[in-house]
Design a protein around this ligand. Structure first.
Ligand code: ADP
Ligand code: MG
Length: 319
């Protein structure tokens, strides 16, 4: 691990591995997070494998309690995993010192929370809110002002710089929050249900702005969301079920007509061959406990095992 001293230029993470090959910007390998409370243990992440390329924009989708916030908190350096490996920009977040973690949070990753009130300092103007992270990073007044004006213009908030947060709508507050998160030009932007408190139309605008930031500044974006239409705004949607990545979906252009695209969904099979079947399939096939897998050519067929398969020896009858 290389030591770095504040200035963004000296950060590790040139995107090349030790052998010079391209490595993913975010790399999670068999990531576990176990929360211990008194005598109770909650396994929030149970073996997450995830790779995100530099300047990619992905969404993390999943039911409440599936581990989305836990994963995002680990990527942002707010929380530490219990086991596994997690690297962001070549930095190992499992074996990072507290001092490095502070710098990582300040310079490498920007964060937007769901609760609009959590993103902004209520008694500071929009302009001062966006400048605050730069002031903490000791950017000079001229540099702060230029960056703040550039960001607020890009976010369509240039004319509201002197307002206080409570004088803005929820959507406007989230736009400013994106400005705050992007102030120190982090290579990574994380957002945890940033549109959770917004109506659909405003949510679409916020996703569009995150996409604009992603394209304009080549910032890698990971956004946790419940918004069903998110696939249109991201490169890839990653589905998390019960603490593991279960499937991924993308919108692929068909090129038959301009703008046409098809929604493609894939199951994720990890390095040791584990896959998670969608609940709907389990219910339709009543698969539980034992299943039979048959391979034929390049196809794998999965069916439930016959009743009593566990106790019988030898071949059991097909269901
Ligand atoms: P999501 O964001 O997908 O709703 P979370 O990551 O917040 O899910 O939570 C995943 C699981 O971990 C849940 O069962 C939740 O109750 C548990 N959990 C989250 N944070 C804590 C904590 N600080 N202490 C104990 N359990 C936690
Ligand atoms: Mg959450």
């Amino acid at each position: 691990m290389r030591v770095f001293e504040g200035a963004p230029e000296t950060f590790p993470g040139d995107g090349l591995g030790q052998d010079g090959s391209a490595i993913p910007y975010i790399e999670c390998r068999d990531l576990f997070k176990i929360y211990k409370r008194a005598d109770l243990e909650v396994v929030a992440l149970r073996g997450v494998d995830l790779e995100v390329e530099k300047a990619e924009m992905i969404a993390i989708v999943g039911a409440s309690g599936s581990g989305k916030t836990t994963l995002l908190n680990i990527l942002s350096g707010l929380d530490r995993p219990s086991a596994g490996a997690v690297r962001v920009g070549g930095r190992d977040l499992l074996n990072i010192s507290d001092r490095e973690l502070v710098m990582y949070r300040r310079m490498e990753s920007g964060f937007v929370w769901q609760a609009t009130g959590r993103n902004l300092v209520p008694y500071l103007s929009v302009a001062d809110n966006v400048e605050l992270p730069m002031a903490i990073a000791r950017v000079d007044a001229g540099g702060r002002r230029r960056r703040r004006m550039e960001l607020l213009d890009a976010l369509g908030m240039g004319d509201k710089a002197e307002r206080l947060p409570h004088e803005l709508s929820g959507g406007e507050q989230q736009r400013v929050a994106i400005g705050v998160a992007m102030a120190n030009r982090p290579p990574l932007l994380l957002a945890d249900e940033p549109t959770g408190e917004l109506d659909t139309q405003t949510a679409v605008q916020v996703f569009q702005l995150l996409r604009d930031m992603n394209r304009q500044y080549q910032v890698t974006v990971v956004v946790v969301t419940h918004y069903p239409g998110v696939a249109e705004h991201v490169d890839r949607a990653v589905h998390i079920t019960d603490g593991r990545i279960s499937s991924e979906s993308t919108l692929r252009p068909t090129f038959q007509r301009p703008g046409d695209s098809v929604h493609e969904e894939y199951l994720v099979v990890d390095r040791v061959g584990r896959l998670q079947l969608p609940q709907e399939y389990l219910e339709r096939l009543s698969i539980q406990g034992l299943a039979k897998a048959d391979i034929s050519g390049d196809q794998l067929t999965l069916r439930r095992a016959a009743k009593g398969a566990r106790s019988e020896s030898g071949e059991e009858a097909a269901p």
